[in-house]
Design a binder for this molecule. Structure first.
Ligand SMILES: Cc1ncc(COP(=O)(O)O)c(C=O)c1O
Ligand SMILES: [Zn+2]
Length: 393
């Protein structure tokens, strides 16, 4: 896995200004917005073709040329990514769909897609010689940071709402993280990290407040294209909190087009949120560029309990440019859909993943999705992490 690196610079996602990539960075100094990593894609295309990927490692590090880590020795890995894109014929047949797929992200280390972002963020922290990382989390990002920090011999300082699923709290503790439970939401946890990080010497790896988690997450887009033989689906349904995955995939599509790996066609991207916390749905419907905070946020799909997202404008732009949309699902419906997905396909989805299936039903009824579309649902974690949500019979 030796290859030339093509990472060139960091740029502000709002105004485009370039920022120093040789030091750890959080939000842009110009606009306090997310920074994006940029690559010399023309050079990458000369050294790496899509055909040559076939013999690569079966993890997200197969896309090494478009990831920011310079030295292989800094890569902190637990074998993340390259998860299966499972055909879902029985679930699809209920609705006349023949090309329905589930991207099963539960098969990642720590059983969620958050492993993708943390492998790159912690690897970059290693490259920069950082030792103490901090994160506010709805739960799964915390578990992933705890795992990758342990793997790298670093400290993880984790702030989660007190009512985060027990599985997330326990996994963090058992992987040696410093866990603080807060009476409040992820936004309150973020405020606590912001208040203490300078005095404590922590590097803040909050969602989209550093550039490297999105780089790991964007491999979702690379994998989809590779697994669909370098085509993209017609529709993507993505359970959205902070939005890193959606934003990352949208970035990946652009990169792959520049690499000459795909054409200009894009999937219609749909954000799926919870009725009790739907800031992006509201902003999408109101035609806003930025999303107002969703006050009094509540949902059992803890990953979707993100009342304010710093990457709101990037998400809203992608939803609109892709001719997709945004839809909210009640907790009752997503929990009911869990059993439907599980019984039909043998995948016990997280409530966030089940919400995507609920969204599919609504969008079919509204004719925003048609049975001949190729549709991908993202199951971002496993129901096993959310046992509190299910009664047994
Ligand atoms: C299971 C699950 N799904 C979806 C999300 C939302 O992810 P994103 O921040 O990429 O929008 C989260 C975030 O915590 C999560 O844990
Ligand atoms: Zn800027």
């Amino acid at each position: 896995m030796r290859s030339a690196m093509h990472f060139t610079h960091l740029a502000c996602t709002l105004c485009g200004q370039t920022h120093d990539a040789t030091v750890p960075q959080n939000v842009s100094a110009c606009c306090s917005k997310p920074l994006f990593a940029n690559y010399d894609l023309a050079a990458a295309a000369r050294t790496r073709t899509k055909e040559s990927l076939r013999s690569r490692v079966k993890s997200l590090w197969r896309y090494r040329e478009v990831l920011p880590v310079k030295n292989e020795s800094d890569i902190v890995t637990l074998g993340e990514g390259w998860t299966p894109l499972l055909p879902a014929p029985r679930l699809g047949a209920k609705h006349g769909l023949t090309k329905l797929f589930i991207k099963d992200e539960a098969q990642n280390p720590t059983a969620s897609f958050k492993a993708r972002g943390m492998t790159t963020a912690v690897s970059m922290a290693k490259q920069f010689g950082l030792k103490k990382l901090a994160v506010p989390s709805a739960g799964n990002a915390a578990g992933a940071l705890a795992a990758y920090a342990a793997r790298a011999g670093m400290e993880a300082h984790i702030f989660m709402p007190r009512d985060t699923p027990r599985a997330n709290i326990i996994e963090c503790e058992q992987m040696g993280a410093h866990v603080t439970l807060i009476n409040g939401l992820i936004t309150d946890c973020g405020a606590e990290v912001a208040k203490r990080k300078t005095a404590e010497g922590w590097f803040d790896v909050s969602t989209l407040k550093e550039p490297d988690r999105a780089e790991g997450k964007k491999t979702l887009g690379y994998e989809l294209a590779e697994q669909l033989n370098w085509t993209l689906p017609d529709v993507i349904l993505y359970p959205t909190g902070g939005g890193t995955g959606l934003i990352g995939m949208w970035k990946a599509f652009d990169e792959m087009e520049k690499l000459g790996w795909i054409g200009s066609k894009r999937p219609r991207m749909f954000t799926v949120q919870a009725s009790g916390c739907q800031p992006i749905v509201r902003a999408f419907e109101a035609g806003e560029k930025f999303a107002a905070e969703h006050l009094g946020a509540t949902t059992r799909a803890s990953g979707l309990r993100v009342p304010k997202a710093i990457g709101d404008f990037i998400m809203l732009d992608a939803l609109r440019k892709s001719h997709g949309g945004a839809i909210a699902i009640t907790d009752e419906e997503m929990i009911a859909c869990t059993r439907e997905v599980g019984a039909a396909e043998g995948v016990f989805p997280a409530p966030e993943g089940a919400a995507c299936y609920a969204a599919l039903k609504h969008l079919l009824a509204a004719k925003k999705i048609t049975p001949d579309d190729t549709v991908v649902l993202f199951n971002t974690s496993t129901g096993l992490k959310y046992l509190e949500c299910y009664g047994s019979s």
